[in-house]
Write a protein that binds this ligand. Structure first.
Ligand code: MN
Length: 257
């Protein structure tokens, strides 16, 4: 008890003094936020719309607030296991039921920004992850595996890039889910799967394999270039939407200065 009290006091002191920095991993959320395009036979997630209820005027002289209309998977967001059919039978698979302890954990950041710049369809493989581990240490159980591609620095149509965006191959995802027991994967692109993943085996393996294993996803992250390969702590807590498949989320990392 005494020891944990000291630990927490040391953390709040370090945050106060700037010895531990907070890095925002979240993109701004606006009507301009890009949303994923699916083939027209499928339901579409709309862009965010914001309707002003009042702003210090006749309909509310002393207050300001808005009504939002958006898909659960808009902008920087969290994917719960129930998002995919492979996770539909799992216990506690929706945003309201996920254990709150799972919203905080260590981060491993794989930097594939050079490869993604050279080839927008670049895929992280098992061998690529193992080479990273040889250099930076094994990925601990319960870690967020964050893929830096610098995709968050792209704007306009370059961000969706006509569905040519980097990601993981299926074998890399099996390795992360089953041999490393990660919390989930986080990416800078619009979704956790590569842009061409609809044609992979299985289709959309980041969703199929990770959610089938009860793992989570984070999409449209930013500022991954400010994180060390290991050592950061990430907090990503979705809204407690009853039976939600995911939610926009404010994600941040604690980093040693
Ligand atoms: Mn999603």
């Amino acid at each position: 008890m005494q020891q944990t009290a000291q630990l927490l006091a040391a953390l709040t002191d370090a945050l106060q003094s700037g010895q531990v920095r907070v890095v925002d991993l979240t993109q701004p959320l606006s009507p301009e936020t890009p949303v994923i395009n699916l083939p027209p036979i499928f339901g579409q997630s709309p862009p965010l719309t914001i309707e002003c209820i009042c702003q210090y005027d006749d309909t509310g002289p002393a207050w300001y607030w808005n009504t939002l209309h958006l898909g659960e998977h808009t902008g920087t967001h969290f994917d719960a296991p129930a998002h995919w059919i492979t996770g539909r039978e799992l216990a506690n698979n929706t945003t309201d039921a996920l254990p709150v302890e799972r919203f905080i954990g260590p981060a491993c950041v794989i930097d594939a920004s050079r490869e993604a710049a050279a080839d927008p369809d670049f895929l992280v493989t098992r061998a690529y992850i193992q080479a990273w581990e040889a250099q930076h240490g094994a990925i601990p159980a319960g870690a967020w595996l964050l893929l830096r591609t610098d995709w968050s620095k792209r704007t306009g149509s370059d961000f969706l890039n006509d569905s040519h965006t980097p990601g993981f191959d299926a074998d890399a995802l099996r390795y992360l889910a089953h041999e490393r027991d990660v919390k989930g994967v986080g990416v800078e692109t619009v979704g956790t799967d590569a842009g061409q993943a609809g044609g992979f085996d299985p289709p959309f393996p980041a969703h199929n394999i990770m959610h089938g294993a009860g793992k989570y996803g984070l999409a449209s992250l930013a500022n991954l270039d400010q994180l060390p390969p290991q050592g950061a702590v990430v907090v990503a807590a979705p809204l407690k939407i009853v039976q939600g498949s995911g939610s926009p989320v404010r994600v941040f990392a604690l980093v040693g200065a």
